[in-house]
Design a protein around this ligand. Sequence first.
Ligand SMILES: [Zn+2]
Ligand SMILES: [Zn+2]
Ligand SMILES: [Zn+2]
Length: 317
Amino acid sequence: MELRWDPIMSQWIIVSGKRGGRPLLPEGYCPFCPGSEEIPQKDWTVLSLPNKFPALQPEPPSPSVKFDKLYRCRPARGVCEIIVYTPEHNATLADLSVKNIRAVIDLWTQRFIDLGSLDYVKYVFIFENKGRIIGVTLDHPHGQLYAFPFIPPIIKRELASSRRYWKRTGNCLFCRIIEKEKTCAERIVCENRDFVCFLPFFAHWPYGVQIYPKRHVGALPDLDEEEKDMFASILKRILRKFDNLFEMRFPYMMVLHQRPTDGKDYPYYHFHVEFYPPYRERNKIKYFASVETGAGTVTFDYTPEMKAKELRESPET
Ligand SMILES: [Zn+2]
Ligand SMILES: [Zn+2]
Ligand SMILES: [Zn+2]
């Protein structure tokens, strides 16, 4: 178990030899239901648990492989946790009450603060993989978090662009994007007082919506109480729209992009949520195939305006 440096792509790879051998759970057994071995307590709404098969550990072993200046290695230090959204086994985040989703947001915020304050944690990455098609084997509604000992490459890229824009114009790149999307409105999916959800002009995934707080904030702890309620509410609305449009429990990857926790200031960064749903139409999968994976170039076979309209018109009940 270690981090290995890819000198070509300039990024860390998390290597964990043991995770590949994760056992399959017995049929019908759920480790996240109240009263299970992992969660003996019965009175809770949301909770976080250590991941039983973590890719990163607070006290990792020393790298087991030979390394040198070109083939660099370091211990896989960090934290991997599970966030259980509800005791209800058969629900999804989309089915939960706004109040329950707000409890999830409060827990995300607390874990961001707690883990972000550890000296070896440079970035707290909160996410959800949902659906068997994404490779999720446990149905119980849950998300995860990785507390990384480095800033991951996609965040680094976002930081570099927004920093450049900030230096050049004195403005937040994301605030400017929100403004532009609101002016044209064609790609807005839904909105409330404090948050807006749209498929950006430059969307990568056919249903790849993004949610932004309208106020310039870098991370969850910067939101006030009312904003957190508004966040819960817009999250529920977009998830209902997904499920209703496809008449199924819509699978997705959902990630929270917040500022790093390495102790530096990032006044130019703006918190947001990104979705990457694997569908492009009913029964049609969007593959990130050679052009996307091997050339890093996205092909979008519709227009974001078309897809935003579908979602805008999809019911929220
Ligand atoms: Zn369960
Ligand atoms: Zn901003
Ligand atoms: Zn982002």
